[in-house]
Design a protein around this ligand. Structure first.
Ligand SMILES: [Zn+2]
Length: 186
């Protein structure tokens, strides 16, 4: 099925999300470091993960389906297209360990890095959609099915992030704050 989509709208949305993930990491990274929540090697790894966050959205397995589903320029028969879209979502989650659906089966050494990337993703989604991180986490915690050690670490980090100096992670992002981040870091 060939359906036309608005590629510009897709990229604008993608770009906004990636920027917000970067802003989220810039917002929490000093605190994460001060609290000793990552080793030196893990911290460097998170920097790389953030730089390539959701990179697979550009793959042929995902791009077409996501753009068509979210930004069609003609009527989409969603019932008909659902299978293709679900395949793309499954590919995305498989290719990205910051999603709990794949992280729960991950046995490698970098799981804390993926959890921090997941947290940045949730902060960014909160800024974009107005459904903020702590609330979102409470609603999805039960279905995550993460190994106990992973879940405990996630709980611990989120608990620590709930503090006045980081209030901006759980409220609408302001233009002034974006300006501050860009002048300070970029
Ligand atoms: Zn993702």
């Amino acid at each position: 099925m060939e359906i036309k989509y608005d590629a510009w709208a897709f990229f604008a949305d993608y770009n906004k999300h990636i920027k917000f993930v970067i802003y989220a990491w810039l917002t929490i990274r000093d605190f994460i470091w001060e609290q000793g929540l990552l080793t030196d090697a893990e911290y460097k790894k998170v920097n790389n993960l953030i730089a390539l966050h959701d990179d697979s959205k550009m793959s042929k397995e995902e791009y077409n389906a996501y753009a068509t589903w979210f930004f069609p320029t003609e009527d989409v028969d969603r019932e008909n297209f659902k299978g293709e879209f679900k395949k793309a979502v499954a590919h995305h989650k498989q290719a990205n360990l910051h999603h709990f659906e794949s992280l729960r089966n991950y046995k490698g050494p970098w799981w804390r890095c993926y959890i921090i990337e997941m947290i940045c993703d949730y902060i960014a989604m909160g800024w974009k959609l107005g459904h903020f991180i702590f609330e979102y986490y409470d609603e999805h915690k039960e279905e995550m099915g993460l190994p106990k050690e992973y879940q405990e670490y996630l709980d611990k980090v989120l608990g620590l992030l709930k503090q006045p100096r980081l209030h901006m992670i759980a409220e609408p992002i302001s233009k002034d704050y974006i300006k501050y981040l860009e002048l300070t870091y970029l």
